[in-house]
Ligand binder design. Structure first.
Ligand SMILES: Nc1ncnc2c1ncn2[C@@H]1O[C@H](COP(=O)(O)OP(=O)(O)OP(=O)(O)O)[C@@H](O)[C@H]1O
Length: 330
């Protein structure tokens, strides 16, 4: 159960879970979310392993990863719905397992599988949640529902999946907590409404709130987030500040006769992939760079490459590399 929207009650207490305490090293002024070595193990399966994450106050923070990567597990650990089997986490300096009521005043949570009272009409749901939540705001929830083009006269039971998602969003986004945690907020929504949800996320940030959200839509993360964490097989595989992404470039060219070596000073911020020629398709070399491109140009120029093309490296390339377990230039 969240402050605002009920989620599927499929969690059971893990008898093997360690009663891990909040680590006092968290700086609540700057890190609204912090976890250290956070782990969740089911039997011999690691749903989340040794995860260290910091989310700075006022940021929009994205969680990316393939199905089953551990995103929801991380979110549920942060909210205290799951007991960690290792490590610790804190929201605004509070341990969610010990200070669960105080944590709920800080966070509004949209679960991936939000459940709402089926017998109620949309407007009844908004009234109900705005009255029970300490920072509920009925007018704001109505205004959000209107922006999401939701017909509030309909009963939840007769709403489509997308309509129910809109209703849950109107409930959660209308509360005025410092932190919003949204598990796939745009799932099941049409492109126009998705855009409006992203606008609402930006507006929340402009109001000084922090937003953590998971998504499978890379463009949403790219457009909205300040920072993104990539999870893979329960492990935090990569973290990226969007400002750094915009400093990444991909150089492609016809494959040279000898494999280029990356000079030492650039070795940690560049990677090379060569695809050999197959049939009529000629071989290509790809060089990914991180940091000011100017620092790489003399070296790239010295390689004598032909058919050269330089383009910004989008989130897709980073995601694919992380997903494939490849090295991503820092
Ligand atoms: N109660 C449980 N018992 C055993 N395994 C579980 C349990 N809950 C989750 N898992 C497993 O933990 C892994 C991580 O699940 P999680 O829901 O965190 O993934 P996710 O990244 O949110 O995936 P998706 O993008 O599909 O929502 C999955 O392999 C899942 O099957």
């Amino acid at each position: 159960m969240t402050d605002s929207v009920e989620e599927t009650a499929d969690e059971t207490d893990d008898p093997g879970a360690a009663n891990t305490g909040y680590s006092p090293t968290c700086d609540a002024r700057t890190d609204i979310v912090r976890c250290q070595g956070l782990s969740k193990r089911y039997g011999d399966f690691d749903a989340l392993k040794d995860c260290d994450v910091r989310v700075r106050q006022g940021d929009v923070f994205g969680l990316l990863g393939p199905n089953g990567a551990g995103k929801t597990t991380l979110i549920r650990l942060l909210l205290g719905y799951l007991h960690p089997t290792g490590g610790s986490c804190a929201i605004a300096g509070l341990n969610p397992e010990v200070d669960s009521v105080a944590v709920r005043r800080e966070v509004s949570y949209l679960p991936g599988d939000a459940r709402l009272p089926r017998h109620m009409r949309g407007d009844g749901v908004l009234k109900f949640f705005s009255e029970i939540h300490p920072s509920g705001n009925r007018d704001k929830s109505h205004s959000i529902a209107k922006r999401l083009e939701l017909d509030l006269r309909r009963r939840v039971a007769f709403m489509s999946t997308g309509m129910r998602q809109k209703l849950a969003l109107a409930v959660v986004l209308a509360t005025e907590t410092p932190l919003l945690i949204l598990d796939e907020p745009t799932a099941n929504l049409d492109p126009t409404v998705r855009g409006e949800v992203l606008n609402l996320v930006r507006e929340a940030q402009n109001e000084g709130r922090t937003v953590v959200f998971s998504s499978h839509v890379l463009s949403e993360i790219e457009e909205t987030c300040d920072e993104v964490a990539f999870l893979r097989h329960g492990v935090l595989a990569h973290e990226l500040k969007m400002a750094e992404l915009f400093q990444r470039h991909r150089v492609t060219a016809k494959a040279p006769s000898t494999v280029p070596e990356i000079p030492d000073p650039l070795a940690n911020s560049a990677s090379i992939t060569i695809v050999d020629a197959i049939g009529d398709r000629e071989g290509r070399v790809t060089i990914d760079t991180a940091g000011d491109l100017a620092g790489f140009l003399p070296w790239i120029n010295s390689l004598g490459l032909s058919d050269l093309r330089i383009e910004p490296l989008g989130l897709r390339s980073v995601y694919d590399a992380v997903h494939a377990g490849q090295k991503v230039a820092i």
